[in-house]
Write a protein that binds this ligand. Sequence first.
Ligand code: SF4
Length: 362
Amino acid sequence: MNKTTGLYIHVPFCKSKCPYCDFYSVRYDKKRAMEYAKKVIDNIRFYEGIKFDTVYFGGGTPILLADEICEILTAIKPFITDNGEITLEANPCVTDNYNICSLKSAGVNRISFGIQSGVDSELKALGRLHNSKQAEKAVNIAFDNGIKNISGDIMIGLPNQTKESLSYTLDYMTDLPLTHISSYILKLEPDTYFGKNPPTLPDDDIVTDFYLHVSDCLYKKGFSHYEISNYSKPGYESKHNLKYWHCEEYIGIGPAAHSYYNGKRFFCDRDLDDFISSPLQKTIITDDSPGGFDEWVMLRLRLKEGIDFLAAENNFGIDKEFFIKRLKKIPGELYCLTDNNLSLTEKGILVSNAVIGILTDI
Ligand code: SF4
């Protein structure tokens, strides 16, 4: 039987660089985009015999390469399982009826829009090229073209963001036909424009309050908080991203793409020219034997389903009593304990690193 795994394709092109972003991307150029797409196909063909049940085009701004992505999907169709989840990240300012229609025909069945905020002044402060009307239109174009699984990103801790403006954004987002929302806290990464020219941001206590406000509001609107940063309507969890948190394998193609395959973690360097000029992408191994207890606990506690005691015993020989002993050092409001599982509460998620430290202190 064919091995089934996930496929991540990093599309390293953007129209311009957002001041907070440290994802690898270069300015869009049609010729290089075509060369890049050809090389992506060559690299995927190398994995002949594998079936992908999830495919995720991340970036960068994948929708800029709609034609090339249609070519890639046509070429790798035999590698994708029936009903495979095929996600594409999209920027609202380059979404139109033509590219969505083509991508849908090529097999894309899930779109993740970088919406970030429903407030135009906040979008401007983030250097985004779209406004709230364009984001609304983009989501509706996808929905009207039959793509019913749509995610939107929201950012908290923005310059001049208030609880009122965040509430406005949450109402705006939940009025759209979204089945999934990812919520991220703005971080100042050192090698970005914001890292070197830091704007004034709300302090940590305010951001904590914002985080709880997002969870509370989305819960009331029927979204389940299934992972630290992710909320979904029932049945619309990201199948691809769940592979990361379940420690399942995936193959990453493209500069800056990471993989976990055949028991090894490896990545391709952040170098588009090298990717295009190499017959197959060069990879660097980061870990020969991943998947230890600490990593497993850390990933499981990101998820609402939490730690399954039977799985801990089967995989690591660590029984429920081990956890019960350590929980004595942790305030009860931070976790939820059942006969079979241990998970974090909303408050626990906020201090998850400290909780994980106590639970993995063998
Ligand atoms: S945030 Fe998205 S659109 Fe902006 S530079 Fe980064 S990858 Fe490109």
